[in-house]
Ligand binder design. Sequence first.
Ligand code: ATP
Ligand code: MG
Ligand code: MG
Ligand code: MG
Length: 472
Amino acid sequence: MDTHEITDRFLRHFESKGHTRVPSAPLILDDPNLLFVNAGMVQFKPYFLGEAPPPYPRATSVQKCVRTPDIDEVGKTTRHNTFFQMAGNFSFGDYFKEGAIEYAWELITKPQSEGGYGLDPDRIWATVYNDDSEAAGLWRKLTGLPGERIQSRDGKDNYWDMGVPGPGGPCSEIYYDRGPAYGREGGPVADEDRYIEIWNLVFMQDVRGDLSPKLGHKPIGELPKKNIDTGMGVERVATILQGVENVYETDLVRPVIGRAEEFSGRRYGSNHADDVRFRVIADHARTGVLLIGDGVTPGNDGRGYVLRRLLRRIIRSTRLLGVQEPVLQEFAKVVRDTMGPTYPELVSGFDRINEVVRIEEEAFLSTLTSGSRIFDMAAEETKRGGGDVLAGDKAFQLHDTYGFPIDLTLEMAAEQGLTVDEEGFRTLMNEQRTRAKADAAARKTGHGDLSEYRKVLEQHGETEFLGYTDLQ
Ligand code: ATP
Ligand code: MG
Ligand code: MG
Ligand code: MG
């Protein structure tokens, strides 16, 4: 079943249960606390928070999502994309736990010939929050799921809140057992590679005064109107229904791997290190194109920096597959062709997307060529001296003179079995910033030479490193 059919069946199923179909919001919303939209519920937040009356009691959507904190998992686990589609159904004070469980179960287990996904009920597991015996009871009563396939989890996995006073509630996650070839027995608490999480049901029932059960706090009350927020991972369901090994091999991601195979002359599936690179390329190409399609351009901080880092990782990974020529425009075309039918902005905006990746790639390739030589020498020297830590001043020189972002140096070092003296790097960065400030101050009081100050600004004005994980 192709991805389009999976989302189509989802939306039609929930429309048949009285839900209004709502289009995906863009990846960027006007919310300073959120780098990218990372869940289906984001566009409905005002209704959950009671800031605006919901125009419908029930809604369903397939939302574009970007989760940059998952970037290090990409290609290594079988199930994490940086861009993925989350299908969801939402109740604003309408149905609650019972409806959410019933509707989800019906869709996943109904035979394919009748519009469902036809998953084998004997392979389904569910988790509930600690003492949410109500949910556990409903699973048994409504679906016949035996008690031993309903597992309890604590707040880290199975309690949802917004990290601020407001609504919160227990979750129930739905897992599919891929079988003994994929890992250990014992349900999702034992092995999340074998038991793959496909759907999360959030039962919004509590009022949180402050932070959350994770810190041992109890809710301060019950919501007057209880809500449902669910998210089903479309790529994960596609992995199962298409009988492939991981989310990168599904119909809307795999074609980029094919293009990378053509470029490199290497075959996906021949060795692990290359396979991870192929998957990173396919994943990041999709995310990059979708982000540019929603208006992001590469830059040195915030969203632009995330995009830049994704594009650079594609280029680096392709080089590690032995490819020297520019690749981004070719990958962008493949993404346009696979994702364009669902997101027409990728087709109408393609000239711009194409231009953005062309310029970014040109700039990065020249940086790479000069910096890589310096890096190799520094790495060689470190190893020759019997060390395994690249000196902070080397990382600084690479950054300062060759425009190497620190994360690139970290990655390249890791590939050679080295670490980097990040502390030393940061000290030098801070010293440089202090110098630039002193120069600026001198300039203000009439001392110092204007042209020198300009030079400092031009060189360093925008080079501040923003830790990737600090961003979201
Ligand atoms: P995981 O534990 O696997 O990281 P999660 O619990 O963080 O997933 P949720 O926040 O519950 O995920 O999101 C709802 C659903 O979206 C998940 O059940 C899963 O099917 C899907 N999903 C979450 N993160 C990703 C991702 N990085 N790539 C693909 N699908 C994802
Ligand atoms: Mg996660
Ligand atoms: Mg989870
Ligand atoms: Mg989850």
